[in-house]
Design a protein around this ligand. Structure first.
Ligand SMILES: NC(=O)c1ccc[n+]([C@@H]2O[C@H](COP(=O)([O-])OP(=O)(O)OC[C@H]3O[C@@H](n4cnc5c(N)ncnc54)[C@H](O)[C@@H]3O)[C@@H](O)[C@H]2O)c1
Length: 325
């Protein structure tokens, strides 16, 4: 059982805290909004301001404060302010506390901005006196508590073995695939995950518009492609180390479909960008690295009929150690 302080008790903070409480952990919710504190107390939960936290009774802190984008720029003020508060708390105890960034933040934020603040505010050293990790949340706002209880992946970005062990102990009972990586990789995974979803939606919206112009059913096309391509059983789909697409079909069909759209005076911005990116890569990436190895990985995975294993993914990205454990 861990004693966990959730700093930022909104959608993610509450789903995290309530989900961890169900696994038997002792949860304290912290927020700067008095109404949030009052509401949580009304539910019989332990909620307070950060000034009221007893740092000698804390094992783990989760930073789940808001990181909004305003005028096209991300605002890190809230998470930085929370990190200063936590750092000052760390200074008051000899406990080894693990500080986990749960908020969605740009790659490098944990290591280059949050860790230095924690060290400066506490006068202590990360990885030595306290742990730092980046553990992004993939839950959807509409089904947040259910998603937290039944994760499909857990990403743990750490830099020291002790922190990794603490988080393994915390998350193994949830039973999801655990990806071990660095904090910056964890931040990147979260952004790429969200952008990938945005790309897919924009792509299908453009396709839908083209279908309407053709007088055919865009819903049907989208639903069929969701089965034919998106759910094509290939866990390593699309991740080939920065290599352009090639082969017999993709280069010719993308160009042909672009021509089909252009001839009618319509637009398909996503496809234009796709072809442009691939053409640029074809000029700069000399050759497919170890295609035999990649194909062997895929064949082995397909033959086995099970999900990709740590060794598969490690081999795919050319790492000597597994990235999934
Ligand atoms: N909402 C989602 O579905 C979702 C999913 C995954 C990740 N995320 C990410 O998780 C983070 C939190 O999102 P959310 O939707 O829970 O936000 P939210 O606005 O619901 O909650 C954030 C909470 O943080 C509090 N807060 C702000 N500054 C604080 C401080 N210095 N100290 C203590 N509390 C502070 C706010 O009062 C608020 O209650 C964001 O980075 C978001 O991008 C959100």
């Amino acid at each position: 059982m861990f004693r966990i302080v959730i700093v930022g008790s909104g959608v993610v903070g509450q789903a995290t805290g309530k989900g961890l409480a169900k696994k038997g952990h002792n949860i304290t919710f912290v927020d700067i909004n008095p109404q949030t504190i009052a509401k949580l107390r009304g539910e019989g939960l332990n909620a307070m301001t950060i000034g009221e936290v007893d740092w000698n009774a804390v094992d783990l802190v989760m930073l789940a404060v808001s990181t909004p984008s305003v005028d096209g720029k991300i605002v890190l003020d809230y998470i930085e302010s929370a990190a200063w508060d936590v750092g000052r708390g760390l200074a008051t105890t000899s406990n080894y506390i693990t500080v986990v960034v749960r908020s969605t933040v740009p790659p490098t934020t944990t290591e280059e901005r949050i860790t230095p603040i924690l060290e400066q505010a506490s006068g202590k050293r990360a990885g030595h006196d306290f742990g730092v990790a980046m553990n992004p949340e993939f839950l959807r706002a509409v089904s947040n508590e259910q998603d937290f209880a039944r994760p499909w992946i857990t990403v743990l970005g750490t830099t020291d073995p002790r922190t990794r062990e603490v988080l393994d102990t915390l998350y193994k009972p949830f039973g999801a695939l655990i990806v071990h990586c660095t904090p910056t990789e964890a931040e990147m995974i979260k952004y790429v995950n969200n952008v990938y979803n945005a790309v897919k939606i924009s792509y299908f919206n453009e396709v839908y518009a083209i279908c309407q112009k053709l007088g055919i059913d865009g819903h049907l096309v989208g639903a069929a492609v969701a089965r034919s391509a998106e759910s094509m059983w290939n866990p390593l789909y699309g991740t080939r180390g920065g290599v352009p697409y090639g082969g017999a079909c993709l280069p010719k069909d993308t160009v042909a479909f672009m021509q089909f759209v252009r001839e009618r005076g319509w637009e398909h911005l996503m496809l234009e960008a796709t072809i442009a990116v691939n053409e640029k890569l074809e000029q700069s990436v000399p050759a497919v690295p170890s295609p035999d190895k990649i194909d062997a990985v895929l064949q082995a995975v397909n033959a086995r009929g099970t999900a990709a294993q740590p060794e598969d993914l490690a081999a795919e990205v050319g790492r000597s150690t597994p990235i999934v454990l």
